[in-house]
Design a protein around this ligand. Structure first.
Ligand SMILES: [Zn+2]
Length: 68
């Protein structure tokens, strides 16, 4: 289980946005990208993440566009 303290400092690496904890992933509250949690370690790499439905590349993410 990921502790709250760790969760508080982790953000979406693209938009620096807050994450929501789900059973087996951390999900960006803004762009919806899912970062998997493996052995209690969140994998905060876009290469390992699952993009939200309808998004085929990172450039289409809400977080990415915010950054300009
Ligand atoms: Zn995001």
């Amino acid at each position: 289980m990921i502790n709250q303290e760790l969760l508080d400092i982790l953000v979406c690496p693209i938009g620096k946005t807050e994450l929501r904890l789900e059973e087996d992933a951390l999900v960006c509250t803004k762009c919806g990208t899912r970062y998997p949690i493996e052995d209690d370690i969140p994998i905060m790499l876009i290469e390992e993440a699952t993009l939200p439905e309808g998004v085929t590349k990172v450039e289409e993410l809400a977080c990415w566009q915010e950054e300009g």
